[in-house]
Structures are given as structure tokens and as C-alpha cells.
Ligand binder design. Structure first.
Ligand code: APR
Length: 240
């Protein structure tokens, strides 16, 4: 059992947003318009066919503006935990949607970037971008036209905030992975990294056992919108 001051590290994946209506990557064949995500979300694909890659992300960014796509009870429960737990709560997400923020979560570490940001390949500036991106888009920082790309991490690129994540993996006393299949590294290796430090209890909350479920001390199978609020209430009952 952990003390109320204990640091908690939470890793989320596409599964936490599934019940909000956002498709996961590896459910249902994992194809988009006949393309494997791995073939669209790469720097090579962007160099080869920028319009195809921009369209892939424009469609996903448009979903974030859809009023039907809202945070679910799992996102809200994590925001409540962050606001109520006496110790540090760090949320690392592989997701590029903004549902954690819209649920009121304050400190969200987007290791794969964010869909509602654009990055300029001319001046490196990152700016908030809620509409479509294409070859006519102008960088708000340097005014370059056609140099903007989604500020997301593609296959073959280095995930963000890895130094901070490594520090918090070493310090946490509770590590919880929610809604991730455990097939994409480095996130899939986080549980082994935590276990190597020997400090923390590790819990996986997922619809089905992930590829790394056997590395966790504990697994709870089911829908995030049911299991995550129950788990948070269990934890907060200790805070009194
Ligand atoms: N509740 C809990 N878990 C769920 C739910 C749900 N309602 N629905 C699906 N899941 C689980 C699935 O069983 C699966 O294990 O969520 C996981 C989603 O796995 P992926 O689709 O592989 O998503 P993720 O693990 O986040 O992918 C990691 O891969 O494509 C790249 O950069 C992309 O960030 C992504 C990374």
C-alpha cells in the first residue's frame, strides 16, 4: 500500500479515449483509408506525400472540434486524482488528443506531441493550430508558407520529454498504465524500467492484457471509464 504523499506516475494510451469516440490505433484492423498508420505517420511519408499526411491529421484534428467527442469518466477521474492526491501525480500520455486537458488535467506530458499544435520546419516554432494544415498554411512566428507540419512525433522520431519521464519513472511508488497495448517503445518499456528500480507497485488497467501485462504486479481488465474512476476512488479513500 502506498502512502498519500507517494509519487504516482500514470501512462495513458489510445484506449483511454476510445469511449470518447476516438479510434484506437490497433483496434479494428488499424487501417486508415487503406493505409497502415505506420505508413502515414512517418517523416518519409510526409516528404513523399505531404497532402496525404496532412489530410490524415486534419481529419483527426477536426474530430477534436466535434462536440460529440468529449472527455469520459476516466479522463475526469485522473484530473480529480491530480487535484486531490497529496503527493505528486505525473500523467504521461502517448495520445495526441486534448481530452485530458479538457477534463481539467493541468500537467499533461505529451510524449508523442499534440494534434492541436503545429510545428514550423523553417523556424522550429510550435503554435496552437485548431484548423486544417496544408501547403498554404503560414507560420505565425516567421510567416513562412507551406512549412507547417503537425507537432506530433512520427515513427522514427524521438518522443518528447524523455529526460523528465526517466526521472519520474525512477522516483514513482505507483506506476499505472491505462489503455495502451504495450507494443510501441519506449512507452512499452516504462513498466520494466520502473520494476528495475524496485520501488513501485505496478498496475495495468486495460480492456485486454497488453503485450507487457506479465511485467505488471497487478492487472485489471475492463473499460477505462468504469475501472479508472473505481481505482481513483479506492486510492482517495486512503487520503481521508
Ligand atoms: N478501456 C480500456 N482499454 C481499452 C479500451 C477501453 N475502453 N478500448 C481499447 N482499449 C485498449 C486496447 O485493448 C489496446 O490494448 O487500449 C489499447 C490501445 O492500444 P493501441 O491502439 O495500440 O494504442 P496505444 O497503445 O496508445 O498506441 C501507442 O502507437 O501508433 C502509435 O503513436 C501511436 O501513441 C500511439 C502508440
Amino acid at each position: 500500500m502506498i502512502e498519500p504523499e507517494a509519487p504516482i506516475l500514470i501512462l495513458t494510451g489510445a484506449g483511454i479515449s476510445a469511449e470518447s469516440g476516438l479510434a484506437t490505433f490497433r483496434g479494428g484492423g488499424g487501417l486508415w483509408e487503406g493505409h497502415r498508420v505506420e505508413d502515414v505517420a512517418t517523416p518519409e511519408a510526409f516528404a513523399r506525400n505531404p497532402a496525404l499526411v496532412q489530410r490524415f491529421y486534419n481529419l483527426r484534428r477536426a474530430q477534436l472540434r466535434d462536440p460529440a467527442i468529449r472527455p469520459n469518466a476516466a479522463h475526469r477521474a485522473l484530473a480529480k486524482l491530480e487535484a486531490t492526491w497529496p503527493g505528486p501525480v505525473t500523467l504521461v500520455t502517448q495520445n495526441i488528443d486534448d481530452l485530458h486537458e479538457r477534463a481539467g488535467h493541468r500537467d499533461v506530458v505529451h510524449m508523442h506531441g499534440a494534434l492541436n499544435q503545429a510545428a514550423c520546419t523553417a523556424c522550429d516554432a510550435e503554435t496552437s493550430w485548431l484548423g486544417d494544415l496544408d501547403e498554404s498554411s503560414r507560420c505565425p512566428a516567421c510567416a513562412a508558407v507551406g512549412a507547417l507540419r503537425p507537432a506530433v512525433v512520427w515513427f522514427g522520431e524521438i518522443p518528447q520529454h524523455l529526460d523528465r519521464i526517466a526521472r519520474e519513472l525512477a522516483a514513482c511508488e505507483l506506476f499505472v498504465a491505462i489503455g495502451t497495448s504495450g507494443v510501441v517503445y519506449p512507452a512499452a518499456g516504462f513498466v520494466a524500467e520502473v520494476r528495475a528500480h524496485g520501488l513501485a507497485h505496478t498496475l495495468e488497467i486495460n480492456l485486454e492484457p497488453s503485450s507487457v501485462h506479465s511485467v505488471f504486479h497487478e492487472g485489471r481488465q475492463g473499460a477505462a471509464s468504469t475501472l479508472v474512476p473505481a481505482w481513483v476512488d479506492e486510492l482517495l479513500a486512503r487520503v481521508g
